[in-house]
Every structure is written in structure tokens, then in C-alpha cells.
Design a protein around this ligand. Structure first.
Ligand code: IPM
Ligand code: MG
Length: 360
């Protein structure tokens, strides 16, 4: 099969982890005999430095014309503490989401038996946890207008907006995921306070009877924040609006034991984007110490969701599992004194993929 991907490394550790994930993609394509084409483009602070725009038109064109986008991370300390900065790297990410119509961000939360001891939560609480967060990604307070400051600068405002269509689209997608899993959907909102949340609940309630095989529950976001940590095993599919999803998924990453392990897929109208949920970790940039597994697992999601190649995805996941078993992992999850470098981890996984294929 001909596979056409755009590679957007971004900032900080982005280039290092994406290099490893791309090597994994190349290895999988070579063993499974796919015709891989890829091209890189600028995004984030790297793009601001090069051309003043965090999501340049050329990058957008490339994404539009690809089957999938492999994405690293965005963000640079250069911009973080400067509230007056006119362009910010994160705007590149938001522009990409909006322009590519990436309305659904899928973040699977699973535990790895090898890493249970890493979670700050009790083993018996997290062992076997396996749920998916589906975050609406192109609406809500991230994009609502007006947004800004009053003339005197002493008042600031953001606006949360949702339309029926936006809600229906994401809730339907969540129901489909639930139907393919354990048939349980938790719809998270703040309907006791926010009118956008009340519309979410109304639209969801209208859809509910179209999916009688799925058990639907509604939960306020503050309660959900508590339950995700206290009883992670009770969830199957969780769907929520943009900002609630942003917060709940960072929280949920704690269950896994390392932010460096969680992949994500952003499903869109024009193409889809695969990226780790962690940030650009600028302190580690260039040191060859960052954990590439979340990006490598994002590449597995790409084979699964964007390309429909289940065996290839499974092969990557098995190789990652092997690296955890053998302890060929970076310092964030390694046994003291036994850490592998980012590049060593990636190279080991590529070798493992060839091995697994040969004996499959
Ligand atoms: C995420 C990130 C982004 C977000 C930032 C970098 C704008 O936190 O993808 O979760 O808030 O959506
Ligand atoms: Mg976030």
C-alpha cells in the first residue's frame, strides 16, 4: 500500500522522539512491504523562528495532502513567560486543529503491568484500568469569540461556544467507540452551571435512545476528576468538551505511571494527526534522554486508525511491550542506573519489529 505521511517534529524534544517514531514507521513499512512517502514541515516555535508563523501555509498544504500526520510537540520557554508575545507556538497547534477539522482527540488510557509500581496510585486501584477519553478539539473556550482584554487592560474574557452539530458529531463518535468496547459511555459536563454544558446534555439525551446497547451516564466534571483517580477501572469511554478534556487527560496520564507513555490520535475531516500527549520538555531537548514510546505508540495508532493496518499496529505495540519487559527504556521509567538513550530505545524497537515479523 502507498502511504503518504507528513512529519511535523515541532519544538524541544519533538525532533528526537519523532526521529525514533519515524524510524519505526520506516521499519514497519519495509517489513510489511508498504511504499512509504514522507515529508517534513515546520510548526510551532521552530516555524515562528523561521518565518514568523507557527503554522505556515506550506505546512498546512502538506498536511492536507497526506494520509496522516506524525506530530512531535510544541512549545518553547522563550514564549511562555512573555504575555505580550504576539505570536505563540501553541497558536500553531490550535490553527492546525481548526484548519484540518480535527474535532476528536482520542486518548487511550491503559496501564502497563511493567510500570504499575511507577504510578503514584495504589496498584490495586490502577491494575487493569483501560479506558478511552474522547475530547472535543475544535470548539469551546479554546476558540470562542470574543476573547481578549478591555481597553484599559484590566478586564479579560474568553467565550465558550458549542453548537448542536459539534456536540452531536463528537457524542456519536463516542457511542461508536463504546459499541466496539465494553458498551459504557460517560458524558462529562458542568450542566449545573454552564449553558454550553446544558446543551451538551440535552443533545446527548436526545441521542441516547439511538444507542440502546450502550449504558450512558452523565457526570459533572469535578466529580469526574475525582472518580478517574479514585476508581479508574469503572470507566470505558469518556467524552467531553475541549477544556475539560485537556485537564482530565493530563490527570488520567498519572494512572499509567508516566506521561511519556500516552499516545493520542486526532481524527479529522481532512486528515488525522498522531502525537504523544506530553509536551516539548525543553529541559531535555538535544540530550537523547526523552522517552520516545508515546510517539512510537502514536505511530501504532496511525497504522490502526488512519491506515487501517491492524497487524502493523499490533507489531509496534508488541515491540514496545518487549522493550518494557527487557528494561530497554529511558530514564523516566528505567531501573536506576540502567537507562537507555532515546535513540537506543528506538533502535532496539526497530530491531525487535524485524524479529517479530520474521517469526510471525
Ligand atoms: C494538549 C496541550 C495543548 C492544549 C496546548 C499545548 C495548547 O495541552 O494538547 O493537551 O491545551 O490543547
Ligand atoms: Mg493538555
Amino acid at each position: 500500500m502507498r502511504i503518504n505521511i507528513a512529519v511535523l517534529s515541532g519544538d524541544g524534544i519533538g525532533p528526537e522522539i519523532v526521529t525514533q517514531a519515524l524510524n519505526v514507521v520506516k521499519t514497519v513499512c519495509s517489513v510489511y512491504k508498504h511504499d512509504l512517502h514522507y515529508e517534513s514541515a515546520l510548526v510551532g516555535a521552530a516555524a515562528i523562528d523561521a518565518c514568523g508563523n507557527p503554522y505556515p501555509d506550506a505546512t498546512h498544504e502538506l498536511c492536507l495532502n497526506s494520509d496522516a500526520v506524525l506530530f512531535g510537540a510544541i512549545g518553547s520557554p522563550k514564549y511562555d513567560n512573555d504575555p505580550s508575545a504576539k505570536v505563540r507556538p501553541e497558536q500553531g497547534l490550535l490553527a492546525m486543529r481548526k484548519k484540518l477539522g480535527l474535532y476528536a482527540n482520542i486518548r487511550p488510557v491503559v496501564t502497563f503491568p511493567q510500570l504499575l509500581h511507577r504510578s503514584p496510585l495504589r496498584r490495586d486501584l490502577v491494575e487493569g484500568a483501560d479506558f478511552v477519553c474522547i475530547r472535543e478539539l475544535t470548539g469551546g473556550i479554546y476558540f470562542g469569540r470574543p476573547q481578549g482584554r478591555s481597553e484599559d487592560g484590566n478586564t479579560a474574557y474568553d467565550t465558550c461556544v458549542y453548537t448542536r452539530d459539534e456536540i452531536e458529531r463528537i457524542v456519536r463518535l463516542a457511542y461508536k467507540y463504546a459499541q466496539d468496547r465494553r458498551k459504557q459511555l460517560t458524558i462529562v459536563d458542568k450542566a449545573n452551571v454552564l449553558s454550553t454544558s446544558r446543551l451538551w446534555r440535552q443533545v446527548s439525551q436526545e441521542l441516547e435512545n439511538e444507542y440502546p446497547d450502550v449504558k450512558t451516564e452523565y457526570m459533572f466534571v469535578d466529580n469526574a476528576a475525582m472518580q478517574i483517580i479514585q476508581y479508574p477501572k469503572r470507566f470505558d469511554v469518556v467524552v467531553t468538551e475541549n477544556m475539560f478534556g485537556d485537564i482530565l487527560t493530563d490527570e488520567a496520564s498519572v494512572i499509567t505511571g508516566s506521561l511519556g507513555m500516552l499516545p493520542s490520535a486526532s481524527i479529522g475531516v481532512h486528515t488525522s494527526v498522531f502525537e504523544p500527549i506530553h509536551g516539548s520538555y525543553p529541559q531535555a531537548a538535544g540530550k537523547d534522554i526523552a522517552n520516545p514510546l508515546a510517539t512510537i505508540l502514536s505511530a501504532a495508532l496511525m497504522f490502526d486508525y488512519a491506515l487501517g493496518l491492524k497487524n502493523e499496529a499490533e507489531c509496534i505495540r508488541k515491540a514496545v511491550d518487549k522493550s518494557l519487559n527487557e528494561g530497554i527504556v529511558t530514564e523516566d521509567i528505567a531501573v536506576e542506573g540502567k537507562a537507555a538513550k532515546t535513540s537506543e530505545t528506538g533502535e532496539w524497537i526497530c530491531k525487535q519489529i524485524k524479529y517479530l515479523y520474521k517469526f510471525s
